[in-house]
Design a protein around this ligand. Structure first.
Ligand code: FAD
Length: 274
């Protein structure tokens, strides 16, 4: 009998080395982490892939630890792992805030940070956090590993510098000075895709990152410069409105997104002020 699963191949390596060799020698293979994005595409019939690489046995890629001064979060860490991690709570509370707002408990238990990054939706809730934290991605292949600043990872809408023979292994975050802030605006509190999502850090050089207002997550250097210069928040809000170019789509209008982004900047400044 022919079913929807006929003709699909699943490879299940037990070690990272074996996984990387399969990616290099037997590709193209689509990695599977929590499958929360892949399964939706599969159900909608929009997933062209026929051959998959199950990452679930690669437990080393799920570890969260502090190495020297750097917080290292394995790409297979789930949102629940992030929420439960004392190191993440202490060093990157805005990531915990984002993780708590992803989907519902079921998605938080399965969905991974690496999957959110690789999927590359501009609405991915973890992505503005990683941009504001100036995270570095560790990409690994059979030939070795390389580090890419998160803000240089995406090349366009859902495209990135990740090669087909590479996995995202970990996310590294150096200490973030200043007060961290995160806010997601969606249709409702749970199980809603963001209309606008902002992560920001209040420091002498403030950092502001936005999701859902461009083909990729964006930092706002002009807005940040106005804030750093100590100009009134209204001026920073005016510059932000010019700096972003959101689109109309099924979830929202460009005007609404722009106004919400302006309001979020005001909320960030007010709530993190002394
Ligand atoms: C009901 C529902 C609600 C959701 N709500 C939200 C939400 O509120 N906010 C949000 O941001 N997202 C949400 N999502 C999307 C999804 O849960 C997240 O993007 C999640 O982080 C994806 O992780 P995953 O491990 O399930 O990825 P998968 O589905 O396993 O993979 C996604 C993509 O990443 C690739 N990939 C995975 N891991 C790696 C790796 N280590 N290296 C290289 N490539 C890799 C896969 O090949 C695939 O292309 C929701 C999804 C559903 C179904």
């Amino acid at each position: 009998m022919k079913t929807a699963l006929s003709g699909l191949t699943l490879r299940e390596p037990r070690t990272l080395g074996a996984a990387l060799r399969l990616l290099r020698d037997d590709g193209p293979l689509t990695p599977l982490a929590g499958c929360t994005d892949v399964f939706v595409q599969f159900q909608f019939g929009t997933l062209p892939a026929r051959a998959f690489l199950d990452l679930s046995h690669l437990t080393a890629l799920r570890r969260i630890r502090v190495q020297g001064d750097v917080l290292s979060i394995g790409a297979l860490a789930t949102y629940t792992d992030v929420i439960r991690s004392r190191s993440v709570r202490q060093r990157l509370p805005m990531l915990v805030a984002a993780a708590r707002e992803v989907g519902g408990p079921q998605i938080q238990n399965r969905g991974t940070l690496g999957g959110n990054i690789a999927n590359g939706s501009p609405a991915g809730d973890a992505l503005p956090v990683l941009a504001a934290a100036e995270a570095v991605l560790v990409l690994i292949s059979a030939d070795g590993e390389r580090r890419v600043p998160f803000c240089q990872f995406y090349t366009g809408y859902r495209t990135s510098v990740l090669r087909p023979d590479e996995l995202i292994a970990a996310i590294e975050v150096a200490p973030v000075e200043g007060v961290q802030w995160f806010r997601k605006v969606g249709t409702r509190a749970a199980l809603a895709i963001s209309k606008v999502v902002m992560a920001a850090v209040r420091a002498p050089k403030p950092r502001v990152a936005l999701g859902s207002v461009a083909p990729t997550v964006v930092r706002l250097p002009r807005t940040e410069a106005v804030l750093a210069a100590g100009e009134p928040i209204a001026e920073a809000q005016r510059v932000l409105a010019e700096e972003i170019h959101p689109i109309d789509d099924v979830r929202s209008t460009a005007d609404y997104r722009r106004q919400v982004a302006v309001n979020l900047l005001g909320a960030f400044w007010k709530e993190t002020g002394r």
